[in-house]
Design a protein around this ligand. Structure first.
Ligand code: DGL
Length: 272
């Protein structure tokens, strides 16, 4: 069991940021990644649909024998957090809790901003978790065009900056001192976001925070790979084009993803 892979899931390619952070912190661990490219983007879709897609992909990872599930997608985490923990025997790590905990310990003035897809912000998953602490005030903004920019490989154009100015203006005016980047794609826009928000605002990125949670959970459950483990990395996508996945993966992450297998997830019926 200990040398089984960690299953990492995202709506597409963006979750590779989480896979990379996990591999950097845990180089002996094997990784099985599925990007649901056939149905991405999840951000604009109804939350009930996202939940169904996400459970289908997670079922597929569990059938392949992973020892842990990592939901790298913020929109999917927002849609089916509790369901996943109840449904699977293996531990489930998602991206919202780790980022929330870091934001709570980072803020000095108690004013926290959260940005994400329309689905993530509309679900109020971040807001509800942060507002458990009554001393915090949360300001949330959906930034749908950010994903489009990153997928097009555009991270430093004047258009990105102008859009960031527009989306982030309410958060600047609200005086947040901590901003959660609640989407897989936003770390690629950290330059523009930090420039607009100002260097005194701390940015909390879910990829590295989630990798720390994976580390913590593996150690505490005695699930770390054995000392002689030979790590493997397998990447799967549900879409029809391996080339599209690889092209975007290379643009975002460099050449470390060499090959992708096209797979289908099993359909499940869920009551709505
Ligand atoms: N992975 C999604 C997220 O983190 C962004 C891309 C999408 O909309 O599918 O919310």
């Amino acid at each position: 069991m200990n040398d089984a892979p960690i299953g990492i899931f995202d709506s597409g390619v963006g979750g590779l940021t989480v896979a990379r952070a996990v591999s950097q912190q845990l180089p002996r661990e094997s990784i099985l990644y599925i990007g649901d490219t056939a149905r991405s983007p999840y951000g604009p879709k109804p939350i009930a649909d996202v939940r169904k897609y996400a459970l289908e992909v997670l079922d597929t990872l569990v059938e392949q024998g992973v020892k842990m599930l990592v939901i790298a997608c913020n929109t999917a985490s927002a849609a089916m957090l509790r369901d996943a923990r109840e449904r699977y025997d293996v531990p489930v790590v998602e991206v919202i809790g780790p980022a929330v905990r870091t934001a709570m310990s980072t803020t000095r003035n108690g004013r926290i901003g959260v940005i994400g897809t329309v689905g993530t912000i509309g679900s109020r998953a971040y807001q509800d978790m942060l507002e458990v602490n009554e001393r915090l005030t949360v300001f949330a903004e959906a930034c749908p065009r950010f994903v489009e920019f990153v997928e097009a490989g555009v991270t430093d154009s004047p258009d990105v900056l102008a859009t960031a100015e527009r989306y982030l203006a309410p958060l600047r005016h609200a005086g947040v001192d901590t901003l959660v980047l609640g989407c897989t794609h936003y770390p690629f826009l950290e330059g523009a976001i930090s420039y607009v928000m100002g260097s005194e605002v701390s940015l909390v990125s879910s990829d590295s925070e989630t990798a720390k949670d994976v580390y913590r959970q593996l150690v505490s459950r005695d699930l770390l790979a054995t000392p002689d483990a030979v790590p493997t990395a397998r990447y799967e996508a549900t879409g029809s084009s391996a080339d599209d996945f690889l092209r975007l993966a290379h643009r975002l992450m460099g050449r470390e993803v060499r090959e992708v297998q096209l797979v289908q997830t099993g359909a499940i019926d869920l009551p709505r």
